[in-house]
Design a protein around this ligand. Structure first.
Ligand SMILES: Cc1cc2nc3c(=O)[nH]c(=O)nc-3n(C[C@H](O)[C@H](O)[C@H](O)COP(=O)(O)O)c2cc1C
Length: 433
C-alpha cells in the first residue's frame, strides 16, 4: 500500500480511519491548541487536516500528526499495515543493518510547478502559516518540512529539517544548530563571502521529512535513503534559481539564499518535544526568490504534542532497534570513544530514549566535522533525535512554554546538571513573556 505524495498519504490515512478534518479553525493559536489537545500525548491520536482556515480560502490546508500510530508509521515507511510492533522493530533492524540507497531521478516538471511566483509577487502569508503558541517569536511555516542545500566543495546534497519562521512576505529565519549538515554547507558559502542557496519544501512525502530529521552520514544524501526505503527514486526538478533538486510532488517549495550579511531575530518556538528549546536568536536571513506551489496547497507541520515526549518516530522506531534485544545487543556498532550518557524510559511510549554524547564542543570547526562524521558512522541509523553535542533541547523543561515537561523526574543527576544549563535559556524566554 504505497503512496506517491502527501495527498495520497492523507487519502490512505482517511481510509484507515485515522484522519480528522477540522474546518474553520484560526491560524492564530487555535490550530496549535487543537493540535496539542487532539494529541494529548496518546498513541493512535488521529492525524488532523485543517481546512477553511480563518482568513484563508478553502483548500489551503494544514496537516499535523503523521506518525502517532503504528499503522501510520508503517504506511509512511513502506511496511505492511497489519505489521505488529515487534515486526516493525524487526523490519527496521534489518533495514538499519543493510540500508538501501536509490538516487533521485530528475524530471522536467511536476505538480509543485502548478503555480510559479517570482519577485514582488512572492507572499509567504498567502498560506495559513500558524502562530502556534502564545510565546513563540513568530509564525512558523517549517516544522514538518525539509531544507535542501548543496556542499560547494564536495557537491553532495543534504536534506535536513530545521525550523523556519516567516519574517515577512519574502524572507524567513531558520534555526540550525551547530554541527548540522545544512549549517556546515551554509558556513562554507559564508566563509567565501557568498550567499548560500537553499530550497525549503513544505508539504512533502512524510517519509522524506522523517528521514530529514535523522542524520545520514556526512556526504550521503537523504534523497538516496528515501529512495532505498520506497524502492523507487524520489522525483526532483532542478530549481531555476538555485539548481538544487526540488521534490516534484511537494506542495510548496521556495528557492532562496541565506544572506551572509543580513540577519534577524528568530524564535523562540515551543518545539514538537513539548517545550521551548532556545530563546530568541539572531539568525541569517533567507531571501526568497522563487515560490512554487500546487493548487490548494497543504502545509504539513509537526505538532507540539503536549507535556512530555510523544510516542513519535524517535520513540517508536528509532530507539527500539537499539534495544530491541532487551539491551543485550545494540543494533549499531558503538565505539568506546562515545558514551551513552542518558538512557531512560518514556512512560508514554514504553520505549527507551538515548542521547549519545560526543566529546566535541559546539561548533563546526574541521575537528568537529571530523568528530561528527565518526559519531554519525556509529550512530546515524539509530537515532532520530540527536545532536552532536548535548543540547538543552534534549532535556530542558519548559519554564516559559504553554506546556511543561519535567524530565528531571526521569533522568536523575545528569538531567539536573543539564536542567541548570537549560534554565538560563528558558529563563530568558520567561523574561520576555
Ligand atoms: C520536528 C523536528 C524539528 C527539528 N528542528 C530542528 C531545528 O530547528 N534545528 C536543528 O538544528 N535541528 C532540528 N531538528 C533535528 C534535525 O532535523 C536533525 O538533527 C537532522 O539530523 C539534521 O539533519 P542533518 O544531519 O542533515 O544536518 C528537528 C528535528 C525534528 C524531528
Amino acid at each position: 500500500m504505497g503512496y506517491k505524495d502527501v495527498r495520497e498519504w492523507i487519502q490512505k490515512v482517511g481510509e484507515m480511519g485515522e484522519l480528522k478534518v477540522i474546518e474553520g479553525a484560526d491560524w492564530n493559536l487555535e490550530i496549535g491548541a487543537i493540535s496539542v489537545l487532539a494529541s494529548k500525548h496518546k498513541e493512535n491520536s488521529p492525524a488532523l487536516l485543517f481546512d477553511k482556515i480563518k482568513d484563508y480560502p478553502a483548500g489551503y490546508r494544514i496537516l499535523v500528526g503523521f506518525f502517532e500510530s503504528l499503522k501510520r508509521s508503517a504506511l509512511t515507511t513502506n511496511l505492511p499495515l497489519d505489521i505488529t510492533r515487534e515486526g516493525f522493530i524487526q523490519a527496521w533492524r534489518e533495514r538499519l543493518a543493510r540500508p538501501a540507497s536509490i538516487p533521485p531521478r530528475t524530471v522536467s516538471t511536476g505538480p509543485v510547478m502548478q503555480n510559479v511566483i517570482k519577485g514582488d509577487d512572492i507572499d509567504l502569508f498567502k498560506f495559513p502559516v500558524p502562530f502556534w503558541h502564545e510565546r513563540d517569536g513568530g509564525r512558523y511555516i517549517g516544522t514538518g518540512h525539509v531544507v535542501i542545500t548543496r556542499d560547494p566543495d564536495e557537491d553532495w546534497v543534504n536534506v535536513g529539517c530545521y525550523r523556519v519562521m516567516v519574517h515577512d512576505r519574502n524572507s524567513m529565519g531558520m534555526n540550525i544548530s551547530p554541527g548540522k549538515h545544512g549549517r556546515m554547507h551554509r558556513q562554507k558559502y559564508f566563509d567565501r563571502g557568498k550567499a548560500c542557496p537553499v530550497v525549503c519544501c513544505f508539504g512533502v512525502d512524510p517519509l522524506l521529512h522523517m528521514i530529514a530529521t535523522r542524520p545520514e552520514p556526512y556526504g550521503k544524501s537523504e534523497f538516496d535513503a528515501v529512495g532505498g526505503i520506497k524502492g523507487e527514486p524520489v522525483e526532483v526538478i532542478d530549481g531555476e534559481f538555485t539548481g538544487l533538486p526540488i521534490p516534484a510532488h511537494a506542495e510548496i517549495a521556495i528557492e532562496g539564499e541565506f544572506l551572509p550579511d543580513q540577519g534577524k531575530e528568530e524564535g523562540p518556538f515551543s518545539e514538537w518535544t513539548g517545550y521551548y528549546a532556545s530563546g530568541e536568536k539572531f539568525e541569517p536571513l533567507i531571501k526568497v526568490h522563487r515560490l512554487y506551489h500546487r493548487n490548494d496547497p497543504i502545509i504539513q507541520l509537526r505538532r507540539n504534542t503536549g507535556r512530555r515526549r510523544a510516542p513519535s518516530i524517535a520513540m517508536n522506531f528509532c530507539a527500539p532497534p537499539i534495544f530491541a534485544t532487551r539491551w543485550k545487543k545494540p543494533a549499531c556498532r558503538t565505539s568506546r570513544r562515545w558514551r551513552v550518557i542518558f538512557a531512560g524510559f518514556s512512560p508514554s511510549s514504553r520505549f527507551a530514549s538515548v542521547i549519545p554524547a560526543t566529546p566535541v564542543k559546539r561548533g563546526w570547526s574541521p575537528a568537529n566535522v571530523r568528530a561528527r562524521r565518526i559519531w554519525e558512522d556509529t550512530w546515524s541509523w539509530s537515532m532520530t533525535i540527536s545532536t552532536p553535542t548535548i543540547s538543552t533541547m534534549s532535556f530542558g523543561p519548559c519554564v516559559a512554554g504553554p506546556t511543561r515537561w519535567t524530565p528531571l523526574r526521569s533522568c536523575g543527576a545528569a538531567g539536573a546538571v543539564l536542567w541548570i544549563r537549560s534554565f538560563r535559556v528558558n529563563a530568558k524566554a520567561s523574561a520576555r513573556a
